[in-house]
Design a protein around this ligand. Structure first.
Ligand SMILES: Cc1ncc(COP(=O)(O)O)c(C=O)c1O
Length: 387
């Protein structure tokens, strides 16, 4: 059987990884400034994480959600404390799209309404409602296009107000910081007014922290930069450091009903242990503090890069915007300098999403390499002009 061919692939075969490095099958070492798409939070194959998951696998890996699983309670307590979200209730699932799907479903259950407000350039996943609220028509099939969604520009509160006044909206969904779209974000005034207007109109505010959460922005959740309390928060990626797990944090004002949501695999024993280990390491190794320290260092050193237009994002969720398309630069970084970075919908933007344990020396390695590449390109361009 062949694979269903949906991914454009780089010709690299990773076989092992540790911390911020990945090795391929030819034993070439790559510096991972992409974290497998913002997934690796505590670093690859962290000893404590490997030990805890291995140990759990030897005990019990999975059992049904109709039987008590104390690991889910331990995870909810730990997450509540470290994220300063103790009043929320946690529903566990398996991925980011699933977290958003459940969040939107809760909003629709609670309000009895079905239209959703989302934002231009947003990405919320590929399942039914999650893809419908994603601003990319090419990944929406006819079945998804049935959903009622209105896309608005960020930071224009009056446009949101006009839509909510119509009285048919169940939820506003917004990323803490846009990931796939290219690192744009709402400002504090916008987020605060959004929170207020959603409360007034009894519309649920869903914060998609799937990429921007788990310390990546320099706070546990990116919306915490704006001092708001969303009704629902969704999380995945960094939560399991590669082990598939997603979570929906639901305000205690929203009442759960037996059977309202459900999943076979969500919150299984292995996933919970992976997620508990991640939280323990984030705390023990002060990784959110490290994200802030390295971010400041990065933003200083980045000034040395020629041709850079601007730096976007917060913490270790950064975008380097150039005035040219970065696809070639990314390829050169991978194949000549052995450094992974990411792209985005904005073709001029290089995305940096390293493990939160990344060091200053590793940032130095990146700066040196990217300067070398850009200087070579500049020299070539000049030679070409003089010919
Ligand atoms: C902000 C955001 N929401 C949702 C998703 C979907 O997550 P998943 O691929 O785990 O379904 C992603 C994935 O990139 C994301 O960046």
């Amino acid at each position: 059987m062949n694979l269903f061919n949906v991914y454009p692939l780089y010709n690299i075969i990773p076989v092992k990884a540790k911390g911020c490095y990945v090795w391929d099958n030819k034993n070439t070492r790559y510096l991972d400034l992409y974290g497998g798409h913002g997934v690796i939070s505590i670093g690859h194959s962290h000893d404590y994480y490997v030990e805890k998951i291995t140990d759990q696998l030897g005990k019990i890996g999975f059992y049904s959600n109709s039987i008590i699983n104390p690991l889910q309670v331990e995870l909810a307590n730990k997450l509540g404390k470290i994220a300063n979200c103790e009043s929320y209730n946690l529903f566990l699932c398996n991925s980011g799209a699933e977290a958003n799907e459940n969040a939107l479903k809760v909003a629709s259950f609670i309000t009895g309404k079905k239209r959703v407000i989302s934002f231009k350039n947003s990405f919320h996943g590929r399942t039914s409602a999650a893809v419908a609220v994603t601003d990319n028509i090419s990944i929406n099939a006819a079945i998804n296009k049935q959903q009622k969604v209105t896309f608005l520009p960020l930071n224009q509160i009056n446009l949101v107000k006009n839509e909510l006044d119509k009285g048919d909206v169940c939820a506003v969904i917004i990323e803490g910081i846009q990931g796939v779209g290219g690192l744009d974000e709402g400002n504090t005034d916008f987020f605060q007014k959004l929170e207020k207007i959603c409360k007034e109109k009894e519309v649920l505010l869903i914060l998609d922290e799937i990429q921007s959460g788990y310390g990546r922005s320099g706070k546990f959740f990116a919306f915490q930069h704006h001092f708001i309390n969303p009704d629902i928060i969704t999380t995945a990626k960094g939560m399991g450091n590669g082990f598939p797990i997603g979570g929906v944090l639901i305000s205690d004002k929203i009442e759960a009903k037996i059977g309202m949501l459900g999943t076979t695999f969500g919150g299984n024993h292995l996933a919970c242990v992976a997620a508990i280990s991640v939280l323990n390491i984030i705390k023990k190794e002060n990784l959110i503090e490290n994200a802030n320290t390295i971010s400041m260092y990065f933003k200083e050193r980045i000034k040395e890069i020629p041709m850079l237009k601007q730096v976007k994002g917060k913490g270790l969720m950064l975008g380097l915007e150039f005035d040219f398309e970065v696809a070639e630069l990314r390829k050169k970084l991978i194949f000549e300098k052995h450094i992974f970075t990411g792209g985005s919908a904005n073709k001029n933007l290089l995305r940096i999403l390293p493990p939160l344990s990344v060091t200053k020396e590793q940032i130095d390695e990146f700066i040196k390499s990217i300067i070398q590449i850009l200087n070579e390109v500049e020299v070539k361009q000049k030679t070409h002009q003089n010919e």
